[in-house]
Design a binder for this molecule. Sequence first.
Ligand SMILES: [Zn+2]
Ligand SMILES: [Zn+2]
Length: 388
Amino acid sequence: MNYDIPTDLIERLIEIRRELHANPELAFEEYETTAKLVQLLTEYNIRILPLPLKTGLVAEIGDENKGPTIAIRADIDALPIQEETGLPYSSKNPNKMHACGHDFHTVGILGTAILLKKFEKDLQGKVQIIFQPAEEIGKGALEIIKTNVLKDTKVMIGMHNKPDLPIGTLGIKSGPLMASADGFTVEVKGKSSHAAVPEAGLDSILTASHIITSLQSIISRSISPLESAVVSVTKFHSGNAWNVIADKAVFSGTVRTFNHEVRQTIKDRLGEISDSVSNAFNSEVKVIWNPGPPPVMNDDKLALIAQGIAHQQNLKVIEPKMTAASEDFSYYLNDIPGLFVFFGTEGNYEWHHPQFDLDERAIPLSVKFFTDFSIALLNELSKNVVTI
Ligand SMILES: [Zn+2]
Ligand SMILES: [Zn+2]
């Protein structure tokens, strides 16, 4: 669409971003951030839905009687990190920092909502604006889903800033983009004995060590070399004395994958290997699987539409590499086709670094991209040209 974003709106969004940056709040504690968003959305006459959410909110623009419903999601939480950027609007809250750029996502999508509100009467359907809490602990998306607000939502879109991409560059990729992030804990039960009389005990450290070594065969022997996945054991606790065989060993770790089949195979092999090895050592074992967000799987047709919009706006489109970081945006994609894009923000430091920063020129670019993308999606979906 041919329009300019008003300069005063851009200036205001930058101001809001700096205010959010100076006042970061951790997962499920985003009370002030939510209150600020309520105030701003109300000021722009944007409807906020009455949902049982403690933090975060869902607003809406347009009319579901005129066409399909789509949703745009921004995450709003910060991290338990002490900021070291030295910026004039650095975090005022000790050990809390917007080190993942969710303050940028929040204002980019807020600006999108404000512009879409201006075009509301022409929208061929409804756009839900989701300000989601608690992305950093992988739990906020589930809270939004639980409210059932997405039952008629046809498409879900969202973004993450990307410090290693220049301003004006967009990373759009169909298929897998970000990894699943599951955790596991294995408890081995043996039998304690005098260290000098090992035949009277069952050495849980030895059994657990064999399990850990065998787990490292999963990627090399059970997964195709054409797939990517990680199995890392990151914690191991056992024993209390130098001269006693430990009766219990507990270790934990994480599994990262880019597709559902590989994820399931690793989960199965983890159980089988733990059982068989423990069996071989006459020990008992318990495997606890803690599921985290699934992989982010982007929809092919949505990726094409997004590329078209980006080209119209003279943004440079690249196909980003997959990242083993996870994103709870993936929970939405279990039921709704969607697209998660990377927005170039040209920073010197990666996500979660105490000196993480981003270039605010990305703010108006993101507003224009998501506004046009939303309008294009509503038009495409209501014409039914694209079956998603
Ligand atoms: Zn993060
Ligand atoms: Zn993030």
